[in-house]
Design a protein around this ligand. Structure first.
Ligand code: NDP
Length: 248
């Protein structure tokens, strides 16, 4: 039996690239998505083209019941869920904090922090050896915004992502003895649909050349780091966060 990974936000961008490369590396994949069912189904087809099994699961990560149901369905249909890639995320339009509506701040914190804590919690409840699990691995997708501190338009997003970093390091230490490795990846400027949601016109074209490596990154370049962390090659890597940012 192949090993099973659940990827939140697997329908597009970095999550979709993780699903494809995980399949390449031998994982069966539960492709979770919020609303773009057709896009998720295309990713699942790509997984199957690698000879692996795939299912798509509608799962808004801000709904704890939907998160539980996603884990349960993945386990029922694919088998023991050994890995979680907690990737789904949203961003707000670039603006000074004083100008960002409270509802928008709440949406960012709920999606980019609280929901990740809940997804990690549900993973640990199923993977922990003391709870009958067989151990596993979690990769949390953070952001270089935590290093750049988000000043100049992205303070709520950076604050949420900083929480993810602490979740990764704290939980990673807490559950290492349960056979669970928790690690994180901080992408830099990556060419995905998320850039459109910042409201900054041509963000990739404008800021790509300012990255020390001279360009924005591709989703696959982030996904390679993620699937390495999932793999047994990373068997002694725990409670650690990688920057994948072209030295940005
Ligand atoms: P995209 O906007 O391309 O894709 C976002 C994904 O998240 C989609 O699959 C979307 O599902 C899903 N999603 C959004 N909200 C929810 C929700 N409430 N519940 C479940 N799924 C949801 O983003 P990226 O691929 O660029 O980003 C992936 C991760 O990488 C995010 O955590 C982001 O913060 C992080 N990141 C991205 C960077 C970049 O430059 N692109 C830089 C640093 C970090 P659907 O398709 O159904 O809407």
């Amino acid at each position: 039996m192949a090993r099973v990974v659940l990827v939140t936000g697997g329908s597009r961008g970095i999550g979709a690239a993780v699903c494809r490369l995980a399949a390449r590396d031998g994982w069966d994949v539960a492709v979770a998505y919020r609303e773009r069912e057709a896009a998720a189904e295309r990713v699942a087809e790509d997984v199957r083209a690698y000879g692996r099994r795939a299912i798509t699961i509608r799962c808004d990560i801000t709904d704890p019941r939907a998160v539980c149901a996603a884990f349960d369905r993945a386990a029922e249909e694919l088998g023991y869920v050994e890995a979680l890639v907690s990737n789904a995320g949203v961003i707000h339009k670039a603006a000074p904090l004083a100008c960002i509506p409270i509802e928008e701040i709440r949406r960012i914190i709920e999606t980019d922090l609280l929901a990740h804590i809940i997804c990690n919690r549900e993973a640990v409840r199923r993977m922990a050896r003391s709870r009958g699990g067989r151990g596993g691995v979690i990769v949390n997708i953070s952001s270089m915004a935590t290093e750049l501190k988000g000043a100049g338009g992205f303070v709520p997003y950076a604050a949420a992502k900083a929480g993810i970093d602490l979740l990764t390091e704290g939980l990673g230490k807490e559950v290492a003895s349960e056979g669970i490795r928790v690690n994180g990846v901080r992408p830099g400027l990556i060419d995905t649909d998320m850039q459109l949601d910042t409201g900054v016109p041509e963000r990739i074209q404008r800021f790509g050349p300012t990255v020390p490596l001279g360009r924005a990154g591709r989703p696959e370049e982030v996904a390679e780091a993620v699937v390495w962390l999932l793999s047994d090659k990373a068997s002694y890597v725990a409670a650690t966060i990688f920057n994948v940012s072209g030295a940005r």
